[in-house]
Design a binder for this molecule. Structure first.
Ligand code: ADP
Ligand code: MG
Ligand code: ZN
Length: 629
């Protein structure tokens, strides 16, 4: 049975629900102003109120004058302050229409008694007196005025922001010589640089190309995984060509209001046309350039309009305009085909993850300003970092420098770099995590299982390190590194990889008779690898060389990858059977090795429990060198 949902609107959520955060602020401000006002008013009234003296009647005054008791009378408006001979003071009110002398005459005061009294008349209309009377009225008025002035100013600035809303917020570089980069700052990526050198030529010597009737490309699309240096590369092109560079991110076009993106595109291109020759750089263009008409939900109108405007602007400028649009994305597969046709982003430059040589060069670029110890060999670090992007490598060196600084070293040492590589790969070590002796033993067997199976299978990468210290999400880890960068992999290699993935789980089972929860991520990876073998790589004997399933991204309530089935129920069943079969094959192989190498496993476990971490040399001292293929 369904429960009726209960909606609770607390004060906070109601305000934000209505989008009235601004009002909330206003009320908060008002509260403070009110408080300040109260405090000021109370201070003021305590200061301004005159010292309380006793009041008396006019009859009393006349009587005292006749007795000769009065020394001074101060007249201030209709108030008389009277000082008596005995030192006491009285305040007496009179009618404001009547003067003191007339009053006293009416009461038949003896004139000779009067002449003995020192009478002073204070000017009632003096500024001080006026202020004192007016302030209690003026102060709240002034405070309210100030309050309104401040809130109105806030509203006015919000208004003026709204007026410039549709303008592009592109940042122009190049004005600042320090931000300038050139091809020298981009290591590796030789082919990409060659390709982009052409663009630099176009920008520098447009006439050369126009004279031959060549059409200068309008758009260049940089493709590559995150951190491969796309943004850096675009900036270096601008630096090389020495032209203005307008940088905007695709997401900056996307706003809450329809039409803003398109208007920003228009204003961006207008600005660019005033500054020719120049480069417009649209980073992360997939934020606006997605295939139109796909997906669910209503947010697409805005993106489509923005994209249309980009297309219109790119078609719109004359071939002689010398504006080149560079865009970057890591998702070329989701881009709208209209963006890619000739005349728009017809040049596509791919930035790959760096290979070992490029990694070494990138490290050299970033090691430039860091004092490295002599023993540090950048080649070795490049070997240890397969699959790292340029950004990862920069991060490794930076982490190493931080580590060295924390240890008060003068130089960055090899150990710091090796440590930071593992940190970047798997997250920081968590030495403080308390684990029981039993957990430690289970982890040791699990990792030893991975390591032994990886070691004795012919095609797997050699083991570099085994550790039972928790790191990031993992309770322990076995690190194996490829001897060379390769792009192609054989089916048999994948099956061996599966065996290694399953080995941890199997060793636990064979040693302790049951398994723990520690192998979840191994099993998940094994399953998805087996599925890829069948559905993506066509490596299944039974199902043959074809792919299964169309992967497509649907944006609906956030991000979601949706797989569209292009096969029948029957095939789905076969795929499941094949996955199980592959896993079974891998298990048999792994079990064989674990069974045969029990003494070695025990020795590795022993060493792990003692030292917690085994390097390649320690490990091979126990099990011997990795058998050759
Ligand atoms: P992307 O835009 O592709 O995600 P970036 O251009 O922002 O990547 O790169 C991030 C950082 O990584 C750069 O600032 C740079 O320091 C470093 N980097 C990436 N590739 C290279 C490279 N080929 N040479 C030197 N540094 C690089
Ligand atoms: Mg980028
Ligand atoms: Zn494992």
């Amino acid at each position: 049975m369904d429960k009726t949902p209960v909606l609770l609107y607390t004060k906070n959520s109601l305000y934000s629900f209505l989008g009235l955060n601004y009002m909330k602020n206003l009320f908060k401000n008002f509260f403070w102003y009110f408080l300040i006002f109260l405090i000021l008013a109370s201070i003021f009234s305590s200061v301004a109120s005159r010292p309380k003296t006793e009041t008396a009647s006019i009859g009393f005054l006349v009587e005292r004058i006749n007795q000769g008791e009065v020394t001074d009378i101060n007249v201030s408006g209709d108030e008389l302050s009277v000082s008596l001979k005995d030192g006491s003071k009285k305040v007496i009110k009179k009618e404001s229409s009547e003067s003191l002398s007339a009053l006293l005459k009416n009461f038949n005061v003896e004139p000779d008694k009067l002449s003995a009294i020192n009478i002073q008349v204070k000017d009632q209309s003096s500024f001080g007196g006026w202020m004192i009377d007016m302030l209690p009225i003026l102060l709240p008025v002034i405070l309210i005025g100030v309050f309104f002035f401040i809130t109105m100013r806030g509203v006015a600035s919000a208004n003026s922001r709204a007026m410039t809303f549709g303008q592009s917020q592109a940042k122009e570089f190049q004005k600042d010589p320090k931000a300038k980069v050139s091809f020298k700052d981009v290591a590796g990526s030789k082919e990409a640089k060659e390709e982009l050198k052409e663009i630099v030529e176009f920008l520098r010597f447009p006439k050369k190309f126009h004279d031959l009737g060549a059409r200068i490309p309008k758009g260049v699309l940089l493709l590559g995984s995150p951190g491969t240096g796309k943004t850096l590369m675009a900036r270096s092109v601008a630096g090389e060509a020495n032209v203005p560079f307008f940088h905007i991110s695709g997401s900056e076009f996307v706003e809450m209001f329809v039409g803003v993106g398109a208007s920003r595109v228009r204003s961006l291109f207008q600005r660019a046309k005033k500054n020719t020759p120049c480069i417009i750089f649209i980073d992360e263009i997939d934020a606006v350039g997605r295939r139109r008409g796909a997906g669910l939900g209503g947010s697409h109108d805005e993106r489509e309009q923005t994209l249309n405007q980009i297309l219109v602007e790119m078609d719109g400028f004359e071939p002689t305009a010398n504006v080149i649009v560079i865009a970057a994305t890591n998702r070329p597969d989701v881009l709208d085909p209209a963006l890619l046709r000739p005349g728009r982003f017809d040049r596509q430059v791919v930035l790959d993850l760096p290979d070992i040589k490029d990694r070494q060069e990138i490290l050299a670029v970033h090691a430039h300003r860091k004092p490295l110890a002599k023993e540090v060999d950048l080649k070795l670090i490049a070997e240890r970092t397969p699959g790292f992007s340029g950004a990862d490598l920069e991060n490794v060196l930076n982490e190493a420098a931080i580590l060295a600084a924390r240890k008060n070293q003068k130089q960055v040492e090899k150990a710091d770099i090796l440590e930071s590589i593992e940190k970047v790969m798997m997250g920081p070590e968590r030495k403080s995590r308390i684990i029981t002796e039993e957990e430690k033993k289970i982890t040791a067997y699990h990792e030893a299982g991975h390591a032994i199976v990886a070691h004795f299978l012919p095609q797997t990468d050699p083991v570099h390190k085994i550790s039972i210290i928790a790191r990031g999400q993992a309770g322990g880890y076995t690190l194996k590194l490829p001897t060379e960068d390769r792009k192609l992999h054989r089916r048999s290699e994948f099956i061996e990889e599966l065996s290694v993935l399953l080995a941890g789980h199997l060793t636990e089972k064979m040693t302790f008779g049951e398994v723990t929860t520690g192998a979840t991520s191994d099993l998940r990876r094994a399953t998805s690898l087996a599925r890829s073998l069948i559905t993506d790589y066509g490596m299944s004997e039974v199902l043959g060389p074809r792919t299964y399933g169309e992967k497509e991204e649907m944006i609906f309530l956030g991000r979601e990858i949706h797989e569209q089935r292009d096969y029948s129920e029957k095939v789905a069943e076969q795929i499941d059977l094949e996955i199980s079969d592959l896993i079974k094959q891998a298990t048999v192989k792994a079990r064989e090795i674990i069974h045969d190498r029990q003494p070695e496993i025990d020795k590795v476990v022993q060493a792990l429990l003692e030292k917690e971490t085994l390097e390649k040399a320690d490990f091979e001292a126990i099990v011997g060198p990795k058998p050759k293929k």
